[in-house]
Design a protein around this ligand. Sequence first.
Ligand code: NAG
Ligand code: NAG
Length: 227
Amino acid sequence: MLPNRIITLLINLIFMFSAGKFVSSCIYKAVGDKVVISFDDAILQKDNELKWTHDKQKVYLRKGSQIKLNQLNVSEDGSLILENIQKDQSGEYKGIIYDTDGKLITETVQQLCVLEPVPEPTVLFECVEKGVNLNCSAVNNAEVVVSWMKNGIKTSATRLFLHVTSSELKSGDNFSCTVSNQISKKSAEVVKPGCVVTDLHTTTANEDKTREMNNQSENKNIKGNCS
Ligand SMILES: *[C@@H]1O[C@H](CO)[C@@H](O)[C@H](O)[C@H]1NC(C)=O
Ligand SMILES: *[C@@H]1O[C@H](CO)[C@@H](O)[C@H](O)[C@H]1NC(C)=O
């Protein structure tokens, strides 16, 4: 029997082909970028009709040399030019070229995702009885990937909140978090929580040893009181 993963992949492939063409995946761009969406191979002829839509709304229409709608810039070869893009310009762009008889020559579809770069995070920490609580802050949108470094080594943690138990914590340990999305990545400054480790078992054990040592020194030197 085929593993489930392969079956899922096959179903997806069948679905994509039966839909007529591949669903184009998003191109990710930062706010302020310039994007050019072109036709793959077709050459725009002078008498062709050219139409561009954004989320099915007409944004450009030219019939031969007559420009009927001109909300966005289009180059000589028919490519759509988007400058200083903003988040509301995300979505599906479709360009279509027809010949003079209205027959379809070619079309191109592109999904555009415009994102804000992630803000620089900061690590906030709080020493607690059982270790340390750390927060990776300054992240106000859900579309970020979070990772944590402990002593310069990447951990498996992927949440904004990280708890490190006292048994996993040494006094000099340092921490940082990194947040990223498809177009940017930023790391927080390294923090050294330096929490006093108050693990109940070690404390009790140490107290017992101290008491033992005190007893011994009392036996040897009654005047000594150097605790
Ligand atoms: C970390 O975040 C949690 C939940 O959002 C909050 O309860 C806690 O006080 C925060 N701790 C610090 C040190 O900021
Ligand atoms: C964090 O810890 C690592 C490993 O001990 C060390 O190499 C690095 O310099 C430390 N970073 C800071 C900023 O203290």
